[in-house]
Design a binder for this molecule. Structure first.
Ligand code: ATP
Length: 401
């Protein structure tokens, strides 16, 4: 197996790290790539006010997740779990023990490659791993890197490879920290990393979470879930806005409920229960045992408490999983948007989409019917609110027919 190791302070991790990692995977044919955030970096001291190690680690996890290569690119705690300065030679010794037969590649930008002889135990590093270097600016010419490669080979027997990135992201974490403190720089970050920074007020960002712009709210919501759910969340937002326009609901409410509807989706049952307790959310027995049923309620609670959303948004999120009898227009819109957003693909979805814009109640009734049929087929108990929603809608449509 070919294993890449990409160390750094990642304070914060930015698109330069992500683009180079993704490209190095391909160029070197790596089977796995470890992002290794340094615990205590030996080359540079962390500037004052830097996030806690745990927060750098969590940001690295979000950046790695955003690459959407699960199992192939992963974050390693090998340095953050270790006491003392994080020397690369020690990290490589540990990895070599763990992977005695595998080919190790140490990835680094030009700045690091050009000074490798000054690191602790360069001869150990070069004997344990091959080196892969990429330019970070237009000034890091291939020629300069080639010369350094030859020098490292002659001096330490290093095997190195220069990787020409097709796209250079001309930014460093230092520059980015400066930009962020002035309210700029988000274009250099994965949206989820940016959202994490806003939520935690890192790097001098002082976002008022209760009055975020739609873009900032979206970044925050994306930072709370795995990247595989991002397309769905953006799809629900888009569909909810379209439905709101069609049926005359408040567009902003639809957008913000769509953005936040799944924000607690990946919390454990225990975490969900804690939130329910904190916000006095009354649960029945079925809900107490199902994180799936709880995420709509906890998502609603955080939308209101942390992001200052209005009651209409609260209830639209609250009912988006089970539905209920006699739903408001916004509740119907979020329920349906979740069902038919552009990434959904199931038998009958096109018909549901058509119906949603032609007769919203008929679409809703169809949605409840399909949910009940699907849950029954899978042997899952139907929540009384879903059955109630279906019964109510049937009676209501009959009455108005
Ligand atoms: P700082 O501004 O603190 O020096 P940095 O942007 O260099 O931060 P690090 O976490 O120190 O970030 O970098 C980790 C690794 O990523 C290093 O090998 C570095 O050379 C490389 N790297 C950093 N920025 C880029 C970039 N824009 N493109 C490619 N590689 C980069």
């Amino acid at each position: 197996m070919k294993i890449g190791i990409y160390g750094g302070t990642f304070n914060p991790p930015h698109l330069g790290h992500m683009v180079s990692a993704r490209y190095a995977m391909e160029a070197l044919g790596l089977d796995r790539l470890f992002f290794v955030p340094a615990g205590i970096p030996p080359h540079k001291s962390l500037p004052k006010g830097s996030p806690a190690t745990r927060q750098r680690l969590e940001m690295a996890e979000l950046a790695v997740d955003a690459l959407l290569l699960p199992g192939k690119v992963v974050t390693s705690r090998i340095e953050t779990d270790r006491e003392g300065a994080s020397f690369t030679a020690d990290t490589l010794r540990r990895l070599r023990e763990r992977y005695p037969e595998d080919e190790l590649w140490l990835l680094m930008g030009a700045d690091m490659f050009l000074t490798l002889q000054n690191w602790r135990e360069p001869e150990v590093i070069c004997s344990l791993a091959n080196l892969a270097a990429f330019a970070r600016t237009q000034d890091n010419t291939g020629e300069m890197l080639e010369t350094q490669g030859k020098y490292l080979d002659k001096t330490f027997g290093a095997v190195s490879r220069i990787i020409q990135l097709p796209q250079i992201v001309p930014v460093s974490s230092t520059q980015l920290r400066e930009l962020l403190s002035g309210g700029e720089g988000r274009q250099y970050l994965a949206p989820a990393v940016y959202g994490y920074i806003l939520r935690n007020g890192l790097y001098g960002t002082k976002a008022d979470l209760k009055h975020l712009s739609d873009d900032d709210l979206r970044a925050c919501a994306l930072s709370m879930v795995y990247a595989k759910r991002h397309a769905h969340i953006c799809g629900v937002e888009e569909e909810a806005v379209k439905l709101a326009r069609r049926w005359g609901a408040e567009e902003t409410h639809a957008r913000r409920a769509g953005i936040l509807h799944d924000c607690t989706k990946y919390l454990s049952l225990e975490e969900q229960l804690q939130i329910c307790e904190k916000y006095d959310i009354v649960l029945d027995d079925m809900e107490r045992e199902s994180a799936k049923l709880l995420h709509s309620k906890t998502g609603a609670a955080l939308a209101r408490d942390i992001y200052g959303e209005e009651d209409a948004v609260y209830w639209a999120i609250y009912w988006h999983t089970t539905g209920r009898a006699d739903m408001t227009l916004l509740e119907k819109i979020i329920y349906l948007a979740d069902y038919i957003e552009p990434n959904r693909d199931f038998d009958g979805v096109e018909e549901m989409r058509r119906l949603a814009y032609e007769d919203i109640d008929a679409a809703l009734e169809r949605g409840f019917e399909m949910s009940v049929a699907d849950l029954t087929a899978r042997g899952v108990e139907i929540h009384p609110n879903t059955q109630g929603a279906l019964d109510w809608m049937k009676a209501h449509r009959k009455g108005t027919a």
